[in-house]
Design a binder for this molecule. Sequence first.
Ligand SMILES: C=C1C[C@]23C[C@@]1(O)CC[C@H]2[C@@]12CC[C@H](O)[C@@](C)(C(=O)O1)[C@H]2[C@@H]3C(=O)O
Ligand SMILES: O=C(O)CCC(=O)C(=O)O
Ligand SMILES: [Fe+2]
Length: 337
Amino acid sequence: MVVLSMPATNDQFSIIKNSCKSPPSYFPSNIPLIDLSKPDIKNQLVKACEEFGFFKVINHGVPIEFINKLELQAIKFFSSPLSQKEKTGPPDPFGYGNKTIGPNGDVGWVEYILLSTNSEFNYQKFASILGVNPQDIRCAVNDYVSSMKKMACEILEMLAEGLKIHPKNVFSKLIMDEKSDSLFRINHYPPYCSDEIQEFNGRNLIGFGEHTDPQIISLLRSNNTCGLQISLVDGHWISVPPDQNSFFINVGDSLQVMTNGRFKSVKHRVLANNVKSRLSMIYFGGPPLSEKIGPLPSLLMKGDQDSLYKEFTWFEYKKSAYKSRLADNRLVQFEKV
Ligand SMILES: C=C1C[C@]23C[C@@]1(O)CC[C@H]2[C@@]12CC[C@H](O)[C@@](C)(C(=O)O1)[C@H]2[C@@H]3C(=O)O
Ligand SMILES: O=C(O)CCC(=O)C(=O)O
Ligand SMILES: [Fe+2]
């Protein structure tokens, strides 16, 4: 078991009156399931993004060896002594982070590595802890991230087709751009020790607090430990049963804006577990910093609808996101009044 650095006190972490189980009426059949190997799934995809902003993908075609290779290195890294891991932090925003999330005081029962998918990212410190060549770790990340990019593009192109937008690469070209500001994150949620952090009458400890992802689309894969929850439109939280063979996709704020609110950027969070550790790997597909984000004119014309958002660049959005707290609604200030 990995022991986190600071002695943890109960009041440092948020607790939530909930458990890994959800109210039966919401569990779990509602979560859309998309089989990527099937033809004509574009309408299912559009429906999932409109109703939930979230869906599970099977038959994704991502080579299992890419997943296993990276997961193994991640497990090795997180099992290293804290003093070693800390040499690759603090996250500024990239690098190793432990319990603190972002620059504005958010905390969770999580340690993580946050990377830019940019080819210039320096893997030297990670490689020396893992006792491998930086090139090996770069390759493992690149193989995995390339598969994520490919899947993200496939999905985004089907979404554009489903929305009858031309050309179909309106969304996908943003993450294919060589200047795309995409991120990759590996989160590790160690089992919390009930001696240090007492459970409060069935309330759960927060691993990663509620938030929406600012980018266009996020692709998440985890081991078989539960914890991820999504918020329904009516405010109920539902647990997402883990499945290490599938991917979970969520709409980010930028895609919500580009579709003028038709697709929902889903609020989600992760509850910590006192039995098993959770390891998740998330690819966040983002646009280039200079890209103007706003509702697509073709969607406004079709629906004869007013634009709900002011136009902004991804740089402006990111700048304001990094001034916000995790749970803040980062889009309100870009809404038209
Ligand atoms: C509290 C924060 C962490 C975060 C940057 C922010 O100021 C607000 C957005 C957060 C988030 C959520 C999704 C991703 O995990 C993330 C990498 C992102 O792009 O936005 C994190 C940011 C982070 O951990 O740096
Ligand atoms: O670790 C997870 O399962 C989800 C984390 C998450 O939502 C994030 O890193 O943005
Ligand atoms: Fe997230």
